[in-house]
Design a protein around this ligand. Structure first.
Ligand SMILES: *[C@@H]1O[C@H](CO)[C@@H](O)[C@H](O)[C@H]1NC(C)=O
Ligand SMILES: *[C@@H]1O[C@H](CO)[C@@H](O)[C@H](O)[C@H]1NC(C)=O
Ligand SMILES: *[C@@H]1O[C@H](CO)[C@@H](O)[C@H](O)[C@H]1NC(C)=O
Ligand SMILES: *[C@@H]1O[C@H](CO)[C@@H](O)[C@H](O)[C@H]1NC(C)=O
Ligand SMILES: *[C@@H]1O[C@H](CO)[C@@H](O)[C@H](O)[C@H]1NC(C)=O
Ligand SMILES: *[C@@H]1O[C@H](CO)[C@@H](O)[C@H](O)[C@H]1NC(C)=O
Length: 514
Protein backbone atom coordinates (compact mmCIF):
# COMPACT_ATOMS: atom_id res chain seq x y z
CA UNK A 1 0.00 0.00 0.00
CA UNK A 2 2.73 2.41 0.97
CA UNK A 3 4.70 1.44 -2.12
CA UNK A 4 1.67 2.11 -4.25
CA UNK A 5 1.19 5.58 -2.75
CA UNK A 6 4.82 6.44 -3.38
CA UNK A 7 4.47 5.28 -6.94
CA UNK A 8 1.34 7.38 -7.48
CA UNK A 9 3.06 10.46 -6.11
CA UNK A 10 6.06 9.78 -8.29
CA UNK A 11 3.81 9.31 -11.27
CA UNK A 12 2.27 12.62 -10.57
CA UNK A 13 5.59 14.39 -10.41
CA UNK A 14 7.63 12.47 -12.95
CA UNK A 15 4.96 11.15 -15.20
CA UNK A 16 7.34 9.47 -17.56
CA UNK A 17 9.56 7.77 -15.03
CA UNK A 18 7.08 5.46 -13.36
CA UNK A 19 5.99 4.28 -16.75
CA UNK A 20 2.81 2.32 -16.16
CA UNK A 21 0.16 5.04 -15.78
CA UNK A 22 -2.31 5.88 -18.49
CA UNK A 23 -3.85 9.34 -18.82
CA UNK A 24 -4.34 12.39 -20.97
CA UNK A 25 -1.94 15.32 -20.72
CA UNK A 26 -3.28 17.76 -18.14
CA UNK A 27 -4.47 20.22 -20.78
CA UNK A 28 -7.22 17.76 -21.76
CA UNK A 29 -10.40 17.55 -19.74
CA UNK A 30 -14.18 17.22 -19.62
CA UNK A 31 -16.02 20.19 -21.21
CA UNK A 32 -13.07 21.08 -23.39
CA UNK A 33 -13.13 22.48 -26.90
CA UNK A 34 -10.99 20.75 -29.50
CA UNK A 35 -10.05 22.54 -32.71
CA UNK A 36 -12.61 21.99 -35.47
CA UNK A 37 -12.09 21.41 -39.19
CA UNK A 38 -10.33 22.12 -41.45
CA UNK A 39 -7.61 21.58 -38.83
CA UNK A 40 -7.45 18.28 -36.98
CA UNK A 41 -7.35 18.16 -33.20
CA UNK A 42 -4.40 16.49 -31.51
CA UNK A 43 -4.90 14.37 -28.39
CA UNK A 44 -2.00 13.05 -26.41
CA UNK A 45 -1.12 11.57 -23.07
CA UNK A 46 1.03 9.15 -21.18
CA UNK A 47 1.10 5.37 -21.09
CA UNK A 48 3.24 2.30 -20.60
CA UNK A 49 5.93 1.80 -23.22
CA UNK A 50 4.92 0.15 -26.48
CA UNK A 51 1.27 -0.21 -25.41
CA UNK A 52 -1.39 0.42 -28.02
CA UNK A 53 -3.79 3.30 -27.39
CA UNK A 54 -6.99 3.68 -29.40
CA UNK A 55 -9.15 6.79 -29.27
CA UNK A 56 -12.90 6.71 -30.00
CA UNK A 57 -15.33 9.54 -30.44
CA UNK A 58 -18.88 8.87 -29.28
CA UNK A 59 -21.80 9.73 -31.53
CA UNK A 60 -21.72 10.06 -35.30
CA UNK A 61 -19.43 7.69 -37.13
CA UNK A 62 -17.27 6.82 -34.13
CA UNK A 63 -13.94 7.00 -35.91
CA UNK A 64 -11.13 5.25 -34.06
CA UNK A 65 -7.48 6.31 -34.16
CA UNK A 66 -4.57 4.60 -32.52
CA UNK A 67 -0.93 5.00 -31.64
CA UNK A 68 1.74 3.08 -29.78
CA UNK A 69 3.28 4.62 -26.70
CA UNK A 70 6.84 5.72 -27.38
CA UNK A 71 9.07 7.37 -24.80
CA UNK A 72 6.10 7.30 -22.44
CA UNK A 73 3.83 9.31 -24.76
CA UNK A 74 1.00 8.51 -27.16
CA UNK A 75 -0.45 11.00 -29.58
CA UNK A 76 -3.45 10.77 -31.87
CA UNK A 77 -4.61 13.20 -34.53
CA UNK A 78 -8.39 13.13 -34.96
CA UNK A 79 -10.08 13.50 -38.34
CA UNK A 80 -11.30 17.00 -39.25
CA UNK A 81 -14.52 17.48 -37.28
CA UNK A 82 -17.28 19.95 -37.99
CA UNK A 83 -18.08 22.42 -35.22
CA UNK A 84 -20.44 21.09 -32.58
CA UNK A 85 -20.90 18.33 -30.04
CA UNK A 86 -21.02 17.20 -27.35
CA UNK A 87 -18.86 14.12 -27.77
CA UNK A 88 -17.26 11.72 -25.36
CA UNK A 89 -13.64 11.06 -26.21
CA UNK A 90 -12.48 7.68 -24.98
CA UNK A 91 -8.92 6.43 -25.01
CA UNK A 92 -8.47 2.70 -24.57
CA UNK A 93 -5.21 1.06 -23.57
CA UNK A 94 -4.66 -2.48 -24.84
CA UNK A 95 -8.42 -3.10 -24.94
CA UNK A 96 -8.66 -3.21 -21.15
CA UNK A 97 -8.10 0.22 -19.58
CA UNK A 98 -10.24 3.20 -20.47
CA UNK A 99 -10.11 6.96 -19.84
CA UNK A 100 -12.87 9.27 -21.04
CA UNK A 101 -13.36 12.98 -21.58
CA UNK A 102 -17.04 13.91 -21.54
CA UNK A 103 -18.94 16.87 -23.01
CA UNK A 104 -16.24 17.69 -25.56
CA UNK A 105 -17.08 20.26 -28.25
CA UNK A 106 -15.39 21.06 -31.53
CA UNK A 107 -14.86 24.73 -32.31
CA UNK A 108 -12.08 27.29 -32.49
CA UNK A 109 -9.41 27.33 -29.80
CA UNK A 110 -7.73 30.63 -28.91
CA UNK A 111 -4.76 31.10 -26.59
CA UNK A 112 -4.72 34.23 -24.39
CA UNK A 113 -1.31 35.38 -23.15
CA UNK A 114 0.43 38.35 -21.61
CA UNK A 115 0.68 40.07 -18.26
CA UNK A 116 -1.69 41.64 -15.73
CA UNK A 117 -4.02 43.39 -18.15
CA UNK A 118 -4.73 39.98 -19.65
CA UNK A 119 -4.98 38.42 -16.18
CA UNK A 120 -7.40 41.20 -15.12
CA UNK A 121 -10.66 39.39 -14.47
CA UNK A 122 -14.25 39.87 -15.47
CA UNK A 123 -14.92 40.57 -11.80
CA UNK A 124 -12.71 43.67 -11.99
CA UNK A 125 -14.13 45.42 -15.07
CA UNK A 126 -16.72 48.19 -15.25
CA UNK A 127 -20.22 46.66 -14.95
CA UNK A 128 -18.61 43.50 -13.53
CA UNK A 129 -21.71 41.93 -12.03
CA UNK A 130 -23.69 42.44 -15.21
CA UNK A 131 -20.87 40.91 -17.30
CA UNK A 132 -20.48 37.94 -14.96
CA UNK A 133 -24.21 37.28 -14.86
CA UNK A 134 -24.10 36.73 -18.63
CA UNK A 135 -21.88 33.67 -18.25
CA UNK A 136 -24.81 31.27 -18.39
CA UNK A 137 -25.82 32.63 -21.80
CA UNK A 138 -22.61 31.30 -23.34
CA UNK A 139 -22.37 27.61 -22.42
CA UNK A 140 -20.51 26.92 -25.68
CA UNK A 141 -17.65 29.27 -24.82
CA UNK A 142 -15.43 27.07 -22.67
CA UNK A 143 -12.56 28.26 -20.51
CA UNK A 144 -9.28 26.79 -19.33
CA UNK A 145 -6.42 28.41 -17.46
CA UNK A 146 -2.88 27.23 -16.82
CA UNK A 147 -1.55 27.83 -13.32
CA UNK A 148 1.31 30.26 -12.71
CA UNK A 149 4.41 28.13 -12.98
CA UNK A 150 7.96 28.71 -14.07
CA UNK A 151 10.71 26.35 -15.06
CA UNK A 152 14.34 26.51 -16.09
CA UNK A 153 13.76 23.69 -18.59
CA UNK A 154 11.05 23.09 -21.18
CA UNK A 155 8.25 21.10 -19.52
CA UNK A 156 6.39 18.39 -21.39
CA UNK A 157 3.16 18.78 -19.43
CA UNK A 158 1.72 21.67 -17.43
CA UNK A 159 2.92 21.53 -13.83
CA UNK A 160 -0.55 22.62 -12.63
CA UNK A 161 -3.89 23.86 -13.90
CA UNK A 162 -5.66 26.89 -12.39
CA UNK A 163 -9.05 26.41 -14.07
CA UNK A 164 -9.70 23.03 -15.68
CA UNK A 165 -11.86 23.13 -18.81
CA UNK A 166 -15.21 24.49 -17.65
CA UNK A 167 -18.56 25.71 -18.75
CA UNK A 168 -18.42 29.40 -17.73
CA UNK A 169 -20.08 30.55 -14.51
CA UNK A 170 -20.15 33.92 -12.78
CA UNK A 171 -17.96 32.43 -10.01
CA UNK A 172 -15.28 31.28 -12.43
CA UNK A 173 -15.26 34.59 -14.29
CA UNK A 174 -14.85 36.62 -11.12
CA UNK A 175 -12.75 34.21 -9.09
CA UNK A 176 -10.52 36.71 -7.28
CA UNK A 177 -8.68 39.77 -8.58
CA UNK A 178 -6.11 38.85 -11.25
CA UNK A 179 -6.82 35.14 -10.61
CA UNK A 180 -9.55 34.05 -12.98
CA UNK A 181 -10.91 34.54 -15.46
CA UNK A 182 -9.33 36.97 -17.90
CA UNK A 183 -11.88 39.60 -18.94
CA UNK A 184 -10.20 40.32 -22.27
CA UNK A 185 -9.95 36.62 -23.09
CA UNK A 186 -13.51 35.87 -22.04
CA UNK A 187 -15.12 38.85 -23.76
CA UNK A 188 -13.08 38.24 -26.90
CA UNK A 189 -14.33 34.65 -27.02
CA UNK A 190 -17.87 35.70 -26.24
CA UNK A 191 -17.79 38.27 -29.05
CA UNK A 192 -16.45 35.70 -31.48
CA UNK A 193 -19.16 33.27 -30.45
CA UNK A 194 -21.82 35.90 -31.16
CA UNK A 195 -20.48 36.22 -34.70
CA UNK A 196 -19.54 32.61 -35.44
CA UNK A 197 -22.28 30.78 -33.50
CA UNK A 198 -20.16 27.72 -32.79
CA UNK A 199 -18.06 26.64 -29.79
CA UNK A 200 -15.04 28.69 -28.75
CA UNK A 201 -12.33 27.30 -26.46
CA UNK A 202 -10.24 29.78 -24.49
CA UNK A 203 -6.86 28.86 -23.03
CA UNK A 204 -5.51 31.48 -20.65
CA UNK A 205 -1.81 31.36 -19.91
CA UNK A 206 -0.52 34.65 -18.56
CA UNK A 207 1.27 36.15 -15.56
CA UNK A 208 1.11 39.72 -14.23
CA UNK A 209 4.17 41.95 -14.41
CA UNK A 210 6.20 39.77 -16.75
CA UNK A 211 8.42 40.84 -19.67
CA UNK A 212 8.32 39.33 -23.16
CA UNK A 213 11.70 37.68 -22.52
CA UNK A 214 10.13 35.27 -19.99
CA UNK A 215 7.63 34.08 -22.63
CA UNK A 216 10.24 33.60 -25.34
CA UNK A 217 12.31 30.52 -26.09
CA UNK A 218 16.09 30.74 -26.18
CA UNK A 219 15.80 30.53 -29.95
CA UNK A 220 13.57 33.58 -30.15
CA UNK A 221 15.76 35.59 -27.76
CA UNK A 222 18.94 34.78 -29.64
CA UNK A 223 17.42 36.35 -32.76
CA UNK A 224 17.47 39.66 -30.93
CA UNK A 225 20.91 39.31 -29.44
CA UNK A 226 19.65 38.18 -26.05
CA UNK A 227 21.75 35.31 -24.79
CA UNK A 228 20.72 32.98 -22.04
CA UNK A 229 21.21 34.64 -18.69
CA UNK A 230 19.48 35.07 -15.41
CA UNK A 231 17.64 38.29 -14.83
CA UNK A 232 19.58 39.98 -12.03
CA UNK A 233 16.74 40.36 -9.59
CA UNK A 234 15.71 39.15 -6.20
CA UNK A 235 14.14 35.74 -5.89
CA UNK A 236 10.78 37.53 -5.69
CA UNK A 237 11.02 38.16 -9.42
CA UNK A 238 12.29 34.88 -10.75
CA UNK A 239 9.47 34.89 -13.25
CA UNK A 240 11.41 37.58 -15.12
CA UNK A 241 14.16 35.12 -15.97
CA UNK A 242 14.52 34.49 -19.69
CA UNK A 243 12.30 31.71 -21.03
CA UNK A 244 10.93 30.47 -17.68
CA UNK A 245 7.27 31.05 -18.61
CA UNK A 246 7.75 29.81 -22.13
CA UNK A 247 9.17 26.65 -20.52
CA UNK A 248 6.36 26.10 -18.01
CA UNK A 249 3.26 27.74 -19.48
CA UNK A 250 3.59 27.63 -23.30
CA UNK A 251 5.82 24.70 -24.22
CA UNK A 252 3.50 22.15 -22.53
CA UNK A 253 0.54 23.19 -24.70
CA UNK A 254 2.38 23.26 -28.04
CA UNK A 255 0.88 19.95 -29.13
CA UNK A 256 -2.69 21.15 -29.06
CA UNK A 257 -4.20 22.45 -32.27
CA UNK A 258 -5.23 26.07 -32.03
CA UNK A 259 -6.82 28.66 -34.25
CA UNK A 260 -4.97 31.74 -32.99
CA UNK A 261 -3.68 33.74 -30.06
CA UNK A 262 -4.29 37.09 -28.43
CA UNK A 263 -1.77 38.92 -26.27
CA UNK A 264 -1.88 41.85 -23.86
CA UNK A 265 1.64 42.60 -22.61
CA UNK A 266 4.32 45.27 -22.80
CA UNK A 267 4.02 47.34 -19.63
CA UNK A 268 6.88 45.36 -18.07
CA UNK A 269 9.05 46.20 -21.08
CA UNK A 270 8.46 49.97 -21.02
CA UNK A 271 11.53 50.32 -18.81
CA UNK A 272 13.27 47.04 -19.56
CA UNK A 273 14.79 46.22 -22.96
CA UNK A 274 12.34 48.67 -24.46
CA UNK A 275 14.52 49.51 -27.43
CA UNK A 276 14.65 45.89 -28.60
CA UNK A 277 10.94 45.19 -28.17
CA UNK A 278 10.44 45.80 -31.90
CA UNK A 279 12.64 42.75 -32.37
CA UNK A 280 11.78 40.63 -29.34
CA UNK A 281 8.00 40.78 -29.73
CA UNK A 282 7.78 39.86 -33.45
CA UNK A 283 10.48 37.27 -32.83
CA UNK A 284 8.40 35.65 -30.08
CA UNK A 285 5.38 35.57 -32.40
CA UNK A 286 7.41 33.91 -35.17
CA UNK A 287 8.81 31.38 -32.75
CA UNK A 288 5.44 30.49 -31.21
CA UNK A 289 4.02 30.02 -34.69
CA UNK A 290 6.84 27.75 -35.75
CA UNK A 291 6.71 25.72 -32.53
CA UNK A 292 2.91 25.28 -32.43
CA UNK A 293 2.92 24.31 -36.10
CA UNK A 294 5.65 21.72 -35.67
CA UNK A 295 4.43 20.22 -32.41
CA UNK A 296 0.88 19.80 -33.69
CA UNK A 297 2.23 17.86 -36.65
CA UNK A 298 1.31 20.70 -38.98
CA UNK A 299 -2.26 21.13 -37.71
CA UNK A 300 -1.85 24.59 -36.16
CA UNK A 301 -1.22 27.00 -39.04
CA UNK A 302 2.42 28.12 -39.45
CA UNK A 303 1.20 31.72 -39.56
CA UNK A 304 -1.72 31.46 -37.15
CA UNK A 305 -3.49 34.77 -36.47
CA UNK A 306 -2.01 36.71 -33.58
CA UNK A 307 -3.86 39.66 -32.08
CA UNK A 308 -2.46 42.05 -29.52
CA UNK A 309 -3.47 45.08 -27.49
CA UNK A 310 -1.44 48.22 -27.97
CA UNK A 311 -0.64 49.58 -24.51
CA UNK A 312 -3.23 51.73 -22.83
CA UNK A 313 -2.12 54.48 -20.45
CA UNK A 314 -0.33 54.78 -17.12
CA UNK A 315 0.48 58.27 -15.83
CA UNK A 316 -1.63 61.21 -16.90
CA UNK A 317 0.84 64.06 -16.65
CA UNK A 318 3.85 61.99 -17.64
CA UNK A 319 6.29 63.49 -20.13
CA UNK A 320 8.10 60.18 -20.46
CA UNK A 321 8.38 58.56 -23.87
CA UNK A 322 8.31 55.04 -22.49
CA UNK A 323 4.68 54.32 -23.32
CA UNK A 324 4.58 55.85 -26.81
CA UNK A 325 7.88 54.22 -27.72
CA UNK A 326 6.71 50.82 -26.54
CA UNK A 327 3.39 51.23 -28.42
CA UNK A 328 5.39 51.93 -31.54
CA UNK A 329 7.72 48.96 -30.96
CA UNK A 330 4.68 46.71 -30.48
CA UNK A 331 4.07 47.22 -34.19
CA UNK A 332 7.70 46.54 -35.17
CA UNK A 333 7.90 50.32 -35.71
CA UNK A 334 5.25 50.38 -38.44
CA UNK A 335 2.47 51.89 -36.34
CA UNK A 336 -0.21 49.51 -37.57
CA UNK A 337 -0.92 45.78 -37.86
CA UNK A 338 -0.81 43.64 -39.84
CA UNK A 339 2.37 44.99 -41.43
CA UNK A 340 5.21 43.57 -43.56
CA UNK A 341 7.13 42.38 -40.49
CA UNK A 342 4.09 41.08 -38.59
CA UNK A 343 1.87 39.33 -41.09
CA UNK A 344 -1.51 37.97 -40.08
CA UNK A 345 -1.55 40.02 -36.88
CA UNK A 346 -4.17 42.47 -35.64
CA UNK A 347 -4.04 45.19 -33.03
CA UNK A 348 -6.52 46.77 -30.65
CA UNK A 349 -5.59 50.39 -29.91
CA UNK A 350 -6.30 51.22 -26.25
CA UNK A 351 -4.59 54.56 -25.59
CA UNK A 352 -8.03 56.24 -25.42
CA UNK A 353 -9.30 53.89 -22.68
CA UNK A 354 -7.37 55.31 -19.72
CA UNK A 355 -8.84 54.98 -16.25
CA UNK A 356 -7.10 57.24 -13.74
CA UNK A 357 -9.33 56.16 -10.86
CA UNK A 358 -9.00 52.42 -11.34
CA UNK A 359 -8.88 50.82 -7.87
CA UNK A 360 -6.33 48.41 -9.35
CA UNK A 361 -3.99 51.26 -10.29
CA UNK A 362 -4.11 53.44 -13.39
CA UNK A 363 -2.00 50.87 -15.25
CA UNK A 364 -5.08 48.60 -15.15
CA UNK A 365 -7.97 50.37 -16.91
CA UNK A 366 -11.36 48.83 -16.18
CA UNK A 367 -12.86 49.20 -19.63
CA UNK A 368 -11.96 45.82 -21.07
CA UNK A 369 -15.16 45.62 -23.10
CA UNK A 370 -13.82 48.00 -25.73
CA UNK A 371 -10.43 46.30 -25.74
CA UNK A 372 -12.07 42.93 -26.39
CA UNK A 373 -14.44 44.39 -28.96
CA UNK A 374 -11.60 45.97 -30.94
CA UNK A 375 -9.65 42.72 -30.76
CA UNK A 376 -12.61 40.74 -32.01
CA UNK A 377 -13.02 43.11 -34.96
CA UNK A 378 -9.39 42.37 -35.83
CA UNK A 379 -9.94 38.63 -35.50
CA UNK A 380 -13.02 38.75 -37.69
CA UNK A 381 -11.12 40.59 -40.42
CA UNK A 382 -7.75 38.83 -40.19
CA UNK A 383 -8.52 35.35 -38.83
CA UNK A 384 -11.97 34.90 -40.37
CA UNK A 385 -11.49 37.00 -43.54
CA UNK A 386 -14.69 38.94 -43.03
CA UNK A 387 -14.87 41.46 -45.84
CA UNK A 388 -15.64 45.17 -45.60
CA UNK A 389 -15.16 45.20 -41.85
CA UNK A 390 -13.51 48.24 -40.35
CA UNK A 391 -10.94 46.93 -37.85
CA UNK A 392 -8.06 49.42 -37.98
CA UNK A 393 -8.10 53.06 -37.02
CA UNK A 394 -7.02 55.67 -39.59
CA UNK A 395 -3.34 55.75 -40.48
CA UNK A 396 -1.67 58.44 -42.60
CA UNK A 397 -0.24 57.42 -45.94
CA UNK A 398 0.77 60.82 -47.23
CA UNK A 399 1.98 64.06 -45.68
CA UNK A 400 2.12 66.97 -48.13
CA UNK A 401 4.26 69.91 -47.10
CA UNK A 402 2.58 73.18 -47.97
CA UNK A 403 3.56 76.76 -47.30
CA UNK A 404 2.34 77.10 -43.72
CA UNK A 405 0.80 73.75 -43.05
CA UNK A 406 1.04 70.00 -43.50
CA UNK A 407 -1.75 68.21 -45.32
CA UNK A 408 -2.03 64.76 -43.74
CA UNK A 409 -3.96 62.25 -45.83
CA UNK A 410 -5.30 59.17 -44.05
CA UNK A 411 -6.02 55.76 -45.54
CA UNK A 412 -9.72 56.13 -44.70
CA UNK A 413 -12.29 58.73 -43.68
CA UNK A 414 -11.75 60.45 -40.34
CA UNK A 415 -13.73 62.21 -37.67
CA UNK A 416 -11.62 64.92 -36.08
CA UNK A 417 -11.98 67.09 -33.01
CA UNK A 418 -9.88 70.15 -32.42
CA UNK A 419 -6.55 69.85 -30.68
CA UNK A 420 -3.73 72.34 -30.33
CA UNK A 421 -1.02 69.85 -29.53
CA UNK A 422 -1.92 66.20 -30.27
CA UNK A 423 0.07 66.58 -33.50
CA UNK A 424 3.66 67.67 -33.03
CA UNK A 425 6.44 68.54 -35.44
CA UNK A 426 10.18 68.65 -35.05
CA UNK A 427 12.19 71.26 -36.89
CA UNK A 428 15.60 70.79 -38.45
CA UNK A 429 17.14 73.00 -41.05
CA UNK A 430 19.95 70.49 -41.69
CA UNK A 431 17.95 67.42 -42.67
CA UNK A 432 18.73 65.52 -39.48
CA UNK A 433 16.34 62.66 -38.68
CA UNK A 434 14.09 63.35 -35.73
CA UNK A 435 14.02 61.03 -32.74
CA UNK A 436 12.77 61.05 -29.16
CA UNK A 437 15.54 63.46 -28.20
CA UNK A 438 14.57 66.08 -30.77
CA UNK A 439 12.60 69.12 -29.71
CA UNK A 440 9.02 68.62 -30.69
CA UNK A 441 6.65 71.58 -30.92
CA UNK A 442 2.87 71.64 -31.31
CA UNK A 443 1.23 71.53 -34.74
CA UNK A 444 -2.30 72.77 -34.06
CA UNK A 445 -5.07 71.31 -36.20
CA UNK A 446 -6.26 73.97 -38.67
CA UNK A 447 -9.11 72.08 -40.32
CA UNK A 448 -10.05 68.72 -41.80
CA UNK A 449 -12.20 67.15 -44.49
CA UNK A 450 -12.99 63.54 -45.41
CA UNK A 451 -9.58 61.85 -45.24
CA UNK A 452 -7.41 64.92 -44.72
CA UNK A 453 -6.21 66.86 -41.70
CA UNK A 454 -4.35 70.18 -42.01
CA UNK A 455 -1.93 71.07 -39.22
CA UNK A 456 -0.06 74.33 -38.78
CA UNK A 457 3.73 74.50 -39.11
CA UNK A 458 4.13 77.97 -37.65
CA UNK A 459 6.04 76.63 -34.63
CA UNK A 460 8.87 75.78 -37.02
CA UNK A 461 10.12 78.97 -38.62
CA UNK A 462 8.99 77.68 -42.01
CA UNK A 463 7.44 74.50 -43.44
CA UNK A 464 10.80 73.88 -45.10
CA UNK A 465 12.25 73.17 -41.67
CA UNK A 466 9.72 70.51 -40.74
CA UNK A 467 11.67 67.28 -40.34
CA UNK A 468 9.20 65.08 -38.48
CA UNK A 469 5.56 64.71 -37.55
CA UNK A 470 4.01 62.64 -34.81
CA UNK A 471 0.59 62.04 -33.33
CA UNK A 472 -0.52 61.19 -29.79
CA UNK A 473 3.07 60.70 -28.70
CA UNK A 474 2.61 60.67 -24.97
CA UNK A 475 1.74 58.28 -22.19
CA UNK A 476 -1.82 59.60 -21.76
CA UNK A 477 -2.76 61.35 -24.98
CA UNK A 478 -6.47 61.96 -24.45
CA UNK A 479 -9.50 61.47 -22.26
CA UNK A 480 -11.75 58.43 -22.38
CA UNK A 481 -12.76 57.79 -25.99
CA UNK A 482 -11.89 61.39 -26.79
CA UNK A 483 -8.77 61.27 -28.92
CA UNK A 484 -8.85 63.83 -31.73
CA UNK A 485 -8.86 61.36 -34.66
CA UNK A 486 -11.23 58.39 -35.12
CA UNK A 487 -12.46 56.32 -38.03
CA UNK A 488 -15.44 57.79 -39.88
CA UNK A 489 -17.85 55.57 -37.91
CA UNK A 490 -16.39 57.03 -34.71
CA UNK A 491 -15.46 53.60 -33.33
CA UNK A 492 -11.74 53.11 -33.88
CA UNK A 493 -9.08 55.54 -32.67
CA UNK A 494 -6.24 56.47 -35.00
CA UNK A 495 -3.12 54.79 -33.59
CA UNK A 496 -0.14 56.94 -32.64
CA UNK A 497 2.47 57.50 -35.33
CA UNK A 498 5.77 59.20 -35.95
CA UNK A 499 7.13 59.92 -39.43
CA UNK A 500 10.44 61.35 -40.50
CA UNK A 501 11.06 63.48 -43.52
CA UNK A 502 14.72 62.48 -43.55
CA UNK A 503 14.43 58.98 -42.21
CA UNK A 504 17.26 57.01 -40.75
CA UNK A 505 17.16 53.36 -41.63
CA UNK A 506 15.58 52.32 -38.35
CA UNK A 507 12.24 53.84 -39.24
CA UNK A 508 9.69 52.38 -41.57
CA UNK A 509 8.25 55.64 -42.71
CA UNK A 510 9.94 56.28 -46.03
CA UNK A 511 7.85 57.88 -48.75
CA UNK A 512 5.20 59.24 -46.42
CA UNK A 513 6.46 62.81 -46.63
CA UNK A 514 6.26 64.64 -49.94
C1 LIG B 1 -21.00 10.42 -22.51
O1 LIG B 1 -20.89 9.54 -21.42
C2 LIG B 1 -21.85 9.77 -20.41
C3 LIG B 1 -21.58 8.78 -19.31
O2 LIG B 1 -20.29 8.94 -18.83
C4 LIG B 1 -23.25 9.57 -20.96
O3 LIG B 1 -24.19 9.87 -19.98
C5 LIG B 1 -23.44 10.50 -22.15
O4 LIG B 1 -24.69 10.22 -22.75
C6 LIG B 1 -22.36 10.28 -23.17
N1 LIG B 1 -22.48 11.30 -24.22
C7 LIG B 1 -22.37 11.01 -25.50
C8 LIG B 1 -22.52 12.16 -26.45
O5 LIG B 1 -22.15 9.89 -25.91
C1 LIG C 1 -4.31 -5.58 -20.16
O1 LIG C 1 -3.98 -6.41 -21.25
C2 LIG C 1 -2.62 -6.74 -21.37
C3 LIG C 1 -2.41 -7.56 -22.61
O2 LIG C 1 -3.41 -7.33 -23.53
C4 LIG C 1 -2.17 -7.50 -20.11
O3 LIG C 1 -0.78 -7.76 -20.22
C5 LIG C 1 -2.45 -6.67 -18.88
O4 LIG C 1 -2.16 -7.39 -17.72
C6 LIG C 1 -3.90 -6.24 -18.86
N1 LIG C 1 -4.09 -5.31 -17.75
C7 LIG C 1 -5.17 -5.33 -16.97
C8 LIG C 1 -5.21 -4.28 -15.90
O5 LIG C 1 -6.06 -6.13 -17.10
C1 LIG D 1 4.15 16.53 -28.06
O1 LIG D 1 4.06 15.25 -28.63
C2 LIG D 1 5.28 14.59 -28.81
C3 LIG D 1 5.00 13.23 -29.40
O2 LIG D 1 4.54 13.35 -30.68
C4 LIG D 1 6.02 14.45 -27.51
O3 LIG D 1 7.29 13.90 -27.74
C5 LIG D 1 6.15 15.79 -26.85
O4 LIG D 1 6.72 15.61 -25.58
C6 LIG D 1 4.79 16.44 -26.69
N1 LIG D 1 4.86 17.67 -26.00
C7 LIG D 1 5.54 18.74 -26.42
C8 LIG D 1 5.47 19.94 -25.53
O5 LIG D 1 6.17 18.77 -27.44
C1 LIG E 1 -21.63 49.82 -18.44
O1 LIG E 1 -23.02 49.83 -18.56
C2 LIG E 1 -23.57 51.07 -18.99
C3 LIG E 1 -25.08 50.97 -18.91
O2 LIG E 1 -25.51 49.85 -19.65
C4 LIG E 1 -23.08 51.35 -20.40
O3 LIG E 1 -23.57 52.59 -20.84
C5 LIG E 1 -21.56 51.37 -20.40
O4 LIG E 1 -21.10 51.53 -21.73
C6 LIG E 1 -21.00 50.08 -19.83
N1 LIG E 1 -19.57 50.19 -19.72
C7 LIG E 1 -18.73 49.44 -20.42
C8 LIG E 1 -17.29 49.69 -20.23
O5 LIG E 1 -19.12 48.56 -21.17
C1 LIG F 1 -4.65 67.44 -49.18
O1 LIG F 1 -4.18 66.40 -50.01
C2 LIG F 1 -5.18 65.74 -50.74
C3 LIG F 1 -4.52 64.65 -51.54
O2 LIG F 1 -4.06 63.63 -50.69
C4 LIG F 1 -5.93 66.69 -51.63
O3 LIG F 1 -7.00 66.02 -52.26
C5 LIG F 1 -6.49 67.83 -50.79
O4 LIG F 1 -7.08 68.79 -51.64
C6 LIG F 1 -5.39 68.49 -50.01
N1 LIG F 1 -5.97 69.49 -49.11
C7 LIG F 1 -5.38 70.64 -48.86
C8 LIG F 1 -6.11 71.55 -47.94
O5 LIG F 1 -4.32 70.95 -49.35
C1 LIG G 1 18.76 60.18 -26.73
O1 LIG G 1 19.60 60.72 -25.75
C2 LIG G 1 20.11 59.77 -24.86
C3 LIG G 1 20.86 60.51 -23.75
O2 LIG G 1 21.65 61.53 -24.29
C4 LIG G 1 20.98 58.78 -25.62
O3 LIG G 1 21.50 57.81 -24.74
C5 LIG G 1 20.13 58.12 -26.68
O4 LIG G 1 20.93 57.27 -27.49
C6 LIG G 1 19.47 59.16 -27.58
N1 LIG G 1 18.52 58.48 -28.43
C7 LIG G 1 18.52 58.63 -29.73
C8 LIG G 1 17.50 57.84 -30.48
O5 LIG G 1 19.30 59.36 -30.30
Amino acid sequence: MRQLTVCVVLLDILRLVCGSGFWFASYYGDHMVLQKAPERAVLWGFGPENAKVTVYLSGGKKPAYSDYVAAGIWKVTLPPMEAGGPYNVTAVLQDNQTITLTDVLFGDVWLCGGQSNMAFTTGQVFNASEEMSQASKFPEVRIFMAALEQSSTELIDLAAVEVPWSVPTAELLGGGDFKHYSAVCWMFGRNLYQTLRYPIGLVESCWGGTPVEAWSSERALRNCGLEKKMFPMTSAHQEWTYSVLWNAMIHPVLNMTLKGAIWYQGEANTAYHQDIYSCSFPSMIDDWRMAFHQSSGGQTAPDFPFGFVQLSTYTKASKSDEYPNLRWHQTADYGFAPNPRMKNTFMAVAMDLGDELSPYGSIHPRDKQDVAYRLSLGARAVAYAEKRLSFQGPFPNLVLIQDKYLNITYDQGVIVTQSKDIFEICCSADRVPCNHNSTWVPAPILNWALRCVKVSTTYCSSSDNVAGLRYAWRDWPCDLKACPVYSADGVLPAPPFTVNRWPDKKYNSENTFL
